[in-house]
Design a protein around this ligand. Structure first.
Ligand code: C2O
Ligand code: CU
Ligand code: CU
Length: 469
């Protein structure tokens, strides 16, 4: 294997079959949904959560008898769930056993730039990196993934991603589903492309470079065609769009209602009733679906658009299922008085020339400087001028994510954001021509990244750096 990684070594001929799905793989067998194991905390001191992660190469059979080379943390594919409580000191030792460099970024975590795991904290082959920080933010579903300059997209695509769940005292007391793997289910959804032979394919067309890598096969927690048996009660699904470039619209067939209870950075003020939930790459949404009214054996599908992604079977077991609390959390609106610095971030460009504010990522350039503990208002816009081009494919889809902060959306095109976007966020979708206003505070010093979370765009330079001091 060369320095550039495993994906370059696939025979080019396989690329030719990219959109083909033979009966043998589309009618693939169903697989029980894997639940990522909770990583054991190695510390006996309750004030400390100590974890060890090894980044490794492995083998995964997405389709029986069709092994693929994949990447994982402490395993062949994806990673275990890390879990810590507000106030706890977290120490993670990362060992890189790959032959190429990686980083481990804590997406959504408030922490100093030196611990963030962005492109600056390179973990060279055969070496270790230690991250140390104290959790000081509300209960939330965060995640971790690589962030190397130029190799983020491929490393995520081949399997590097995991959940990082945060708890706090208020969320511990809330009467909501919280039994991990039983009625509280983490779901990382990632679309992938397979050859008719069951070989995982990456970047085979010009379109993949323009729009980011998308595939027609959804993987949920790494499984193809998964099913999950749930108790006859309310069930919480922690949805993470962990795809490289796919924008999802989650729903249940028949437009069934559910409640969203949390956004990227924590619980919403109150449950929001909805019948579909859009998540762009990197975004999370926790939803609660009530299965108590269905008879045992009932099958419901969680879908993306009209495509089923997870078959849910209502089981025999009943669990106590009280109504959702009316108030979930306190989300105090960040105050502002018009004296705050306003910054604009415009996403634009095409193909390998995507950038922000007309600039492409340069590790030696700090694009923006912020004062520690200040409040700012940012205006995010997408202007690719791609509407209607590329054969009716519509505009280029982008989103925006920043490290080391959580923000609140003030407005989308001048109006209040929808109710489910009125909590803490770290990633947001921005439509072509739209202006999204957000407000945030900088609690930690250091160098941080902001970027489009379409990973091919990020790798191609749609990213910049801000320094807080
Ligand atoms: Cu999910 Cu810059 O990262
Ligand atoms: Cu991030
Ligand atoms: Cu983008």
């Amino acid at each position: 294997m060369g320095r550039k990684g495993i994906w370059r070594s696939f025979p080019a001929a396989l690329a030719a079959s990219f959109f083909m799905f033979s009966a043998s793989i589309s009618a693939a067998q169903e697989n029980p949904l894997p639940i990522p194991p909770l990583l054991t905390n190695q510390s006996s001191d309750p004030a400390v959560a100590r974890f060890e992660l090894t980044v490794q190469k492995g083998e995964t059979e997405f389709f029986p008898g069709k092994p693929n080379i994949t990447l994982g943390y402490n395993g062949n594919l994806l990673g275990p769930t890390l879990r810590a409580k507000r106030g706890q000191r977290v120490e993670v030792t990362v060992h890189n056993s790959l032959r190429e460099y990686t980083t481990v970024h804590w997406h959504g975590m408030l922490l100093p730039g030196s611990e963030d795991g962005g492109p600056h904290q390179v973990v060279a082959p055969d070496s270790d990196w230690k991250a140390r920080f104290t959790v000081n933010q509300p209960a939330a579903t965060l995640w971790y993934h690589p962030h190397g300059i130029g190799n983020t997209a491929t490393q995520v695509y081949y399997g590097l991603a995991g959940f990082f769940i945060l708890d706090d005292e208020a969320s511990d007391k809330l009467n909501i589903p919280k039994e991990y793997g039983v009625d509280d289910i983490p779901l990382v959804v990632q679309d992938r492309r397979f050859s008719s032979d069951g070989v995982l394919l990456y970047n085979t067309t010009m379109r993949d470079i323009m729009y980011g890598m998308q595939g027609k096969t959804p993987l949920i927690n790494g499984a193809v065609n998964p099913y999950l048996t749930v108790p006859r009660s309310k069930v919480r699904l922690r949805l993470l769009n962990g795809s490289n470039a796919g924008f999802y619209d989650f729903n249940f067939e028949g437009n069934k209602k559910f409640h969203q209870i949390a956004s990227d950075g924590g619980l919403l003020t109150r449950p929001v009733e909805m019948n579909h939930l859009q998540l762009s790459p990197g975004e999370r949404g926790e939803i609660v679906m009530d299965f108590s009214g269905y008879g045992p054996g009932t099958v419901l599908h969680l879908r993306n658009g009209r495509l089923p992604v997870l078959k849910i079977i209502v089981g025999k077991g009943k669990k106590e299922s009280p109504p959702l609390p009316e108030i979930l959390a306190v989300v105090p609106p960040l105050p502002y008085d018009g004296t705050e610095t306003v910054r604009r971030f415009t996403l634009s460009g095409l193909g390998r020339m995507v950038g922000i504010n007309g600039q492409q990522m340069n590790l030696r350039r700090i694009n923006e400087q912020m004062d520690l503990n200040s409040t700012e208002i940012w205006e995010i816009t997408s202007r690719t001028g791609m509407m209607g081009m590329m054969g009716g494919g519509g505009g280029m889809l982008h989103n925006f994510h920043a490290h080391g902060i959580q923000f609140q959306i003030l407005a989308r095109n001048g109006s209040m954001p929808p109710e489910n976007e009125r909590g803490w966020k770290d990633t947001l979708q921005v439509r072509e021509g739209e202006v999204v206003q957000l407000i945030t505070r900088f609690h930690y010093p250091g160098d941080f990244m902001y970027h489009c979370h379409v990973l091919e765009h990020e790798d191609n330079g749609m990213m910049g750096q801000f320094r807080v001091e």
